[in-house]
Design a binder for this molecule. Sequence first.
Ligand code: FAD
Ligand code: SF4
Ligand code: SF4
Length: 459
Amino acid sequence: MSPEEERIKVPERSPEERVNDFHEVPLGYTPEQAMEEAQRCLECAKSPCIGGCPVEIDIPKFVKQIADGEFQEALETLKEFNCIPAITGRVCPQEEQCEEVCVMGNVGDPINIGKLERFVADYARENDLEETPEIEETKEERVAIVGSGPSGVTCAAMLAQNGYQVTIFEALHEPGGVLKYGIPEFRLPNDVIDHELEYLDELGVEMRMNRIVGQNIELKELKDEHDAIYVATGAGSPRFLGFEGEDLKGVYSANEFLTRINLMKAYKFPEYDTPITDMEKVGVIGAGNVAMDAARSALRMGAESHILYRRTTEWSPARDEEVEHAKQEGVQFDTLCNPKKFKGDEDGWLEEIVLYECELEEPGEDGRPSPTVLEDTEHSEEFDTAVIAIGQQPNKVFYENAEGVDVKEWGGIIIDEDTRMTTEEGVFAGGDAVSGAATVILAMGDGREAAKSIMEYLE
Ligand code: FAD
Ligand code: SF4
Ligand code: SF4
């Protein structure tokens, strides 16, 4: 590849250094590096990159502005489409979205769109650039948003920018949803999230924490006080394996494990009073982003960390970057390996995981090969901690107490695809609560579409 065809590399902390703490791994571009990377953009007339982004950011425009050193203007372009670019720039699966269709990818490396987006947002934060857009004249209509994850905050920001009076009701004591309680700080630092959420404050969005809709406040009450509602309660309920020993001490769902470490800061115990039991050897069951986050967090808590996965690494649903980082840091990948049972000691603590070897069949209709368990391969391996990371589903607390809001068998809220309205008049929904566990940017795309529908409905 010629030098113009190669992307400017983003500096990263070495694996030996970063595995000892929870600080961020990639360091981000300097202004000079960002300008050099942006200058590689071909400014294509058809710009397929825009179609690859679920919120349709005008990518060539903000990239050109970076190339010209116009960072304030680049920020304004980004914020027109995306209220949390510092977050999406870090966690979006860019390689399957905007960057996958980038024309530069046909001849060399695609433009590093995600890292450029992160650069602009970080530069704005560090240099106090003006971030608040003009807010339209205040309207009388009030909208309640349930849930402060990426979908809820995107919908809230767009409505507030258009003059609506918006209040977010959030079950936890801090806003941010999975961004805060799930994704670890070495991928997404909390101060970055907090800064991005300050933007909502500047737009006049009110946040009410510790409000569990369906438990300590009813949907009906929200309906009485608001003209429309957007439900973005996510998919925060863990799936379990349903086999023997799952209730042993030392066996966690990934949600509990990561919430304890991230939101409750178990890694700062005893300064923060939320312990994770001492761990020597951790087996993480699953191989998606959540599993990588759990395995890499376990390493940082001082444990030997294993991914236990039924397929081979190439079939892992996690982002390539996450698998790569996990391997560099020393997470061990035990592939073609199917856990079947947890065994404990007489005090009820996990002692061993019973495992079977697998082999892969030819890929099926979904393009993925099914694993077949080889029955005569049963063996046990010692583990004192297991983390189950096999997926999440919507939490019942909202939908079992939301009169008129119908859900599918697995708990996904049913909406009209055109209007995004649920089966209850004036109540809209989106994000993981509708789709099941997906991605930050898809949840944000839903939030934008819902905001447009709510505005049409209110007008
Ligand atoms: P959430 O982020 O789940 O937010 C929902 C909010 O609603 C929460 O704050 C919750 O407390 C609140 N809530 C729930 N019920 C109620 C109620 N009854 N009343 C009031 N509030 C309520 N995606 C990526 O794109 N890239 C990644 O790298 C990535 N990594 C991930 C790592 C982990 C560990 C996890 C768990 C997920 C990851 N995802 C990733 C997925 C992504 O985070 C989600 O798809 C996204 O956050 C969904 O956004 P949301 O707004 O729909 O829901
Ligand atoms: Fe790409 Fe995500 Fe940014 Fe869209 S939000 S341009 S998909 S990194
Ligand atoms: Fe630039 Fe790639 Fe978009 Fe073309 S497709 S405008 S090269 S970012």
